[in-house]
Design a protein around this ligand. Structure first.
Ligand code: SF4
Length: 442
């Protein structure tokens, strides 16, 4: 199928409905008609040489951020957390016996949320002990754990390192200004970042990442410069910077749709200028670009197993409420409500809710758009894997991106310019099939 698409510049305003692209085809096209395909793919042996990863979702947060679009629960008590941990452990027990897992070891493990660090040291230890009855992740090359600064304690950080074997700790700093953190509904303040930093440093994780968001409500140039300065003082192994979006189900989006607030988010030009500034300053300090979002201090030391394997098409076993997986070429998602999630596991079945069996062409698009987030594409990879020349197939779209200064051809490699890198999520839909361009993403 030859694609042609007129690449037009988007509105500079951050509109409600904007989104971060993490998969293809869009989640809005997934449904329960593919449950048969999902079950078959889980019950089939793995494809040869396909890496395996495990995602565990912890859906609790101390408070709901006003920009959050994830499935999270606040105000939960210890027994509700325990019920969830029990269910998650039961789910791991079920998935560990799946034929698709086979005799593969987990190459990467990711504890995401929500806020995984919401769990107490005791709950984390119990979770690790329960999981180890069924699985081992000792040989995983990366074990990532997402943390909210205000949930950490010295004991908890040590527990992550020593009992869970975390190698990559990702700290959701988002901003160093207490005024902005409070305005955006974050549960933590900057002091908690600095308190946690000492414990994190002492625990000697292989890779510590901090997340920042460009375009939090109330952001200014002066404050953004200060954010970057503070990030450099911490000297993390990597810095990930997201640009604020307004998916439909956030508090801010509801306010804008209901006309109770004016759109408070900076426009794309400004958000990109802030990321550009941060990339420049981090480069001056010796960091290198690792993707459209991430700068790394030492590229030879830090790799991103979860990100790179997933983008290249690894199998990912999803566990926990609302989590997204991908096995044997099939997408799937678990139930997004606790009632159905618990009921399925009580019946001894996997909590599968919906999914999609993508065509080979759709898998090619998925791989290409996700890998483009690194900033370059090597045509040989796609010719070998899919038998398609991506530059010929999307000749029209690439020609327009090059003309607009967003990309450059370099033999068999195509590179995004800095301008293209900063707006990669705007570029990607130009490679979507026509039915999904402009369609709702989630
Ligand atoms: S901490 Fe993360 S998951 Fe929790 S409410 Fe905030 S943005 Fe959402």
């Amino acid at each position: 199928m030859i694609s042609s698409f007129n690449v037009t510049s988007d509105s500079q305003k951050t509109e409600v409905g904007s989104y971060f692209i993490s998969n293809y085809p869009p989640y809005s096209s997934w449904n329960d008609e593919s449950l048969g395909d999902i079950k078959r793919s889980l019950q089939s042996p793995p494809s040869i040489n396909t890496p395996l990863g495990l995602y565990l979702h912890i859906p609790f947060c101390r408070k709901r951020c006003k920009f959050c679009y994830f499935k999270v629960f606040t105000d939960v008590n210890a027994s509700e957390v325990q019920s969830y941990v029990d269910a998650l452990s039961n789910e791991i027990s079920l998935v560990s016996k799946l034929p698709v897992v086979g005799n593969r070891t987990y190459r990467f493990v990711y504890f995401g949320g929500g806020t995984p660090s919401f769990l107490s040291p005791k709950q984390l230890t119990m979770l690790a002990d329960r999981l180890r009855r069924d699985i081992s992740w000792d040989s995983a090359e990366e074990v990532t754990f997402e943390c909210e600064p205000g949930t950490l304690s010295e004991t908890k950080v040590k527990t992550l390192r020593e009992r869970l074997g975390v190698t990559r700790l990702s700290l959701g700093v988002e901003n160093f200004s207490d005024r902005i953190l409070e305005e955006n509904g974050r549960a933590h303040l900057s002091k908690q970042v600095f308190d946690a930093w000492k414990w994190i440093h002492d625990a000697s994780f292989e890779n510590v990442n901090i997340d920042l968001i460009s375009g939090m409500v109330g952001e200014t140039w002066e404050n953004w410069r200060e954010n970057v300065r503070q990030a450099l003082v911490l000297e993390p192994d990597s810095v990930t910077i997201y640009q604020m979006e307004l998916p439909f189900n956030t508090v801010y989006s509801a306010g804008i749709i209901g006309n109770t607030i004016a759109n408070p988010v900076a426009d794309w030009t400004t958000k990109r200028a802030w990321v550009n500034y941060a990339f420049d300053e981090l480069e001056k300090a010796g960091y290198a670009i690792s993707s459209a979002y991430t700068m790394v201090k030492n590229p030879s030391k830090v790799n991103f197993s979860y990100r790179d394997n997933l983008w290249e098409g690894a199998d990912l076993i999803a566990t926990g409420i609302a989590s997204f997986g991908h096995v044997n070429g099939i997408h799937y998602q678990n139930y997004a409500d606790l009632k159905n999630y618990y009921a399925a596991l009580e019946n001894g079945t996997l909590p599968l809710a919906r999914g999609l069996a993508p065509t080979r062409y759709q898998l090619l698009i998925r791989s290409m758009i996700l890998m483009l987030k690194r900033g370059y594409l090597d045509s040989t990879f796609f010719e070998k894997k899919f038998g398609v020349s991506i530059f010929e197939n999307w000749h029209h779209a690439w020609a327009q991106h090059i003309k607009m200064g967003d990309a450059e051809a370099d033999g068999g490699t195509l590179r995004l310019t800095r301008q293209g890198l900063l707006k990669v999520d705007e570029i990607l839909p130009s490679f979507f099939e026509p039915i999904y361009r402009g369609a709702r993403y989630t």
